[in-house]
Design a protein around this ligand. Structure first.
Ligand code: C2E
Ligand code: MG
Ligand code: MG
Length: 408
């Protein structure tokens, strides 16, 4: 529900700057902000080598622009290729327009750019930027991040049914009605607590476990959706499909079998795929997607804006929905460049007859902007964080009390 921004708990930072004076200043400011684990690198090459040695990425990166060997923009491109999810601050003594274009470049690469700051850094500027990050992350998930996931343990976790599903509601912007939920995998580890999907989905993909994992997520979430149907709640359920699975022709039958088993209508099931799925075996992926669509399942293009496909190319694939990545949504009210991207994506989607979902609606400002731009559905922390099935109905009641504020 509408929440005030709190300082996210940040324990570790990597400062990348070729000037040792600026690095020391940054390190001192971070320590004043109670960031205890401070790493330093003198350019991009040094930073990448250091990241390879750390057990988990730092909670924050502060990146200078002008450096020998590998400069700031080159480092951002390399971090994007590694799919780094940690927030990044760009720091430079160069003009603000230049810093802004690097910010935009990083965002377009799918990185979480928090903003940019003029050098020398000050404690108040750094603190203000960090406070903009939103709600603090649960302590358990921070702890989990620090240890890599062992594929053998993940295999056992699947057998022991430790992988469960959390649900993230999608709300119709015009009516505040809940249209459906996205199923998000969570690992409840007996000693480490909750492990977030970013930590184990890539491991599942690399070790042949993603198929079993996805079928489990589908089975659990379809059973839950059927259960809600019996209570009179007509909802859709969206499941994330890894690019690797689109290479399996059998997938179409497997999904149909589960849908029939749970007695859902095909149109209640939304399959979310990312643009990168289409970069692999395009013909095979297209075959699977077309057959799924023929059977009535809905297809959503997830994380739109973080890949490189042109809209023209995407228009040839039978998507029913476009999901705009949260890096173009949250904070867009204050950033003209994001507004341009957001508006043009929404306009194109509507011309193509696609529904639109804005991910990352964290503030009332985000909500008002996507509403003004005619987006159909919103998903984000303003409304709720992903929750267990049992939390859904109480949340639904609370949502009703917030309707006047959201529709006003
Ligand atoms: P995704 O499919 O783009 O899912 C949306 C992610 O954005 C979720 O994170 C959700 O909690 C988060 N999110 C939504 N609104 C907001 C917001 O307002 N603010 C912020 N900060 N975050 C928001 P989550 O659950 O950590 O999932 C991360 C990714 O893990 C997913 O991104 C998806 O790519 C992957 N994933 C999760 N479950 C599965 C699964 O069953 N199969 C596969 N293949 N991938 C999965
Ligand atoms: Mg998704
Ligand atoms: Mg997404």
């Amino acid at each position: 529900m509408p929440a005030t921004a709190a300082l996210r708990v940040i324990d570790s930072v990597l400062i990348v700057d070729d000037s040792s004076v600026q690095r020391s200043l940054g390190a001192a400011l971070c320590r004043e902000l109670r960031i205890t684990d401070v790493h330093q690198a003198e350019d991009g090459v040094d930073a990448l080598a250091l990241l390879d040695t750390l057990p988990a990425p730092p909670d924050l990166l502060i990146v200078d622009l002008e450096m020998p060997n590998m400069d700031g923009p080159e480092l951002l491109a390399a971090l994007s290729a590694r799919r780094l999810r940690s927030p990044i601050i760009v720091a430079s003594s160069r003009e603000s327009a230049l810093r802004q274009s690097v910010e935009d470049m990083g965002t377009a690469l799918g990185l979480r750019i928090l903003g940019s700051l003029p050098k020398p850094l000050t404690q108040s500027a750094l603190g203000t930027l960090l406070r903009r990050q939103g709600s603090p992350e649960p302590a358990e998930s921070r702890a989990a991040k620090t240890a890599p996931v062992d594929p053998q343990e993940l295999r056992l976790a699947l057998e022991r049914e430790e992988i469960i599903v959390f649900y993230h509601p999608q709300v119709e912007i015009g009516t505040c009605r809940v249209r459906g939920l996205e199923a998000l995998a969570r690992w409840h580890h007996p000693s480490r607590g909750w492990i977030p999907p970013d930590a184990f989905i890539p491991v599942a993909e690399q070790h042949g476990l993603i198929h079993a994992l996805t079928l489990r997520v589908m089975d659990l979430s379809m059973a839950q959706t059927a259960q809600w149907s019996r209570l009179g709640l007509d909802l859709s359920i969206a499941v994330n499909i890894s690019p690797l699975l689109l290479e399996r022709g059998e997938l179409v039958q497997e999904i149909s079998d589960l849908q029939r088993k749970h007695n859902l209508r095909a149109e209640q099931v939304v399959l979310e795929v990312t643009e990168s799925s289409l970069l692999r075996e395009l013909a095979v992926a297209l075959g699977v997607l077309t057959r799924l669509r023929l059977r009535g399942f809905r297809l959503s293009l997830d994380d739109y804006g973080t890949g490189f496909s042109s809209m023209q190319q995407l228009a040839r694939i039978p998507f029913t929905e476009l999901k705009i990545d949260r890096s173009f949504v949250h904070g867009a009210a204050e950033r003209e460049s994001l507004q341009v991207i957001l508006r043009s994506a929404l306009d194109m989607a509507s011309e193509l007859g696609l529904e639109t979902v804005a991910e990352g609606v964290e503030s009332l400002q985000d909500w008002k902007l996507v509403r003004q731009y005619g987006c159909t559905l919103a998903q984000g922390w303003l409304l709720a964080k992903a929750m267990s099935a049992s939390e859904f109905e109480p949340w639904l009641h609370r949502l009703r009390t917030h309707r006047p504020e959201l529709l006003g």
